[in-house]
Design a protein around this ligand. Structure first.
Ligand code: COA
Length: 255
């Protein structure tokens, strides 16, 4: 079974996360497949819009935790960074359909999308601190820019889930729909965009993103350095091991 399904139709490339038994947790192979698909979509003139979608019950539980535990100290060439940079700099419109849990990169990838449609069961969270980690994907820059500092601090320091209504209020989501309709709504909007002049779409997106893009790419690198260091520190090792062992982490003996 392929864990990233790629489908092209009428100018729209759709990437479906398809590892539902593991809540669509992302492995290196899945990031690589998404990065490859985005690079192809960028260079193929027939592709006008990309849709990212999961399952009506789950968007993504974030990075695969077992893989985090096996990650080598130098992860600068990890496929996740190729995916993030392709996503951040993607020149054509990207639409996401999000239902159920969207954890870690499941939420932070949305800050790089142009339109986001959420099922009313969507639950967004960025629990990096709870895992002994720090923000990634440029989220330390993009979350406060979108939500304002205090809401960003709450989302990133406490790491508690926030639901579709709250995401709509802060501007992360364009519309809330029944979960079974989310992918269909994203496809409908994608078809609308795909019928428009591609040159105008690309130029408009370039102008919309121009103020932030260089800083976003720089921040992705800076966050990656800190994240990589923290990933190998005792707090993260304890929280990740605790998840695998299905127990609560004990931070009493670590910083
Ligand atoms: N990495 C690896 N496996 C994961 C995973 C992850 N990020 N998230 C879920 N899974 C696996 C579980 O281990 C479980 O596997 P098993 O059936 O072999 O035991 C399966 O997916 C189902 O997960 P479960 O926790 O039972 O589902 P749930 O509906 O109770 O909860 C979540 C869903 C997403 C809330 C919960 O799985 C979760 O919190 N996952 C971790 C999220 C996370 O911290 N990600 C890292 C962000 S940086």
């Amino acid at each position: 079974m392929q864990e990233i399904l790629i489908h092209f139709d009428e100018g729209v490339t759709t990437l479906t996360f398809n590892r539902v038994d593991k809540k669509n947790a992302f492995t290196a192979a899945m990031y690589a497949a998404c990065a490859d698909a985005l690079d192809l979509a960028r260079d193929d003139a027939a592709v006008r819009v990309v849709v990212l979608q999961g399952h009506p019950t789950v968007f993504s539980a974030g990075n695969d935790i077992q893989e985090f535990l096996n990650t080598p100290a130098d992860r600068s060439n990890a496929p996740v960074f190729r995916f993030l940079k392709s996503l951040a700099a993607f020149p054509k419109p990207i639409i996401a359909a999000v239902c159920g849990p969207a954890v870690g990169i499941g939420t932070t990838m949305l800050f790089h999308c142009d339109l986001v449609y959420a099922g009313d069961n969507a639950a967004f969270s960025m629990p990096f601190v709870n895992l002994g980690l720090c923000p990634e994907a440029g989220s330390s820059l993009l979350v406060p820019a979108m939500m304002g500092y205090h809401r960003a601090a709450e989302a990133l320091l406490l790491g508690e889930p926030f639901m579709a209504e709250a995401a709509l209020e802060v501007g992360l989501v364009n519309r809330i729909v029944p979960p079974m309709e989310a992918n269909g709504v994203a496809q409908l909007q994608a078809r609308k965009l795909a019928s428009k002049p591609l040159g105008s779409l690309v130029e408009t997106k370039r102008l919309l993103k121009k103020a932030h893009l260089p800083q976003v790419l720089e921040r992705i690198d800076e966050e990656a350095q800190s994240f990589g260091r923290l990933l190998h520190a005792p707090a993260a090792q304890e929280s990740l091991t605790a998840f695998v062992e299905k127990r609560k982490p004990d931070f009493s003996k670590v910083h």
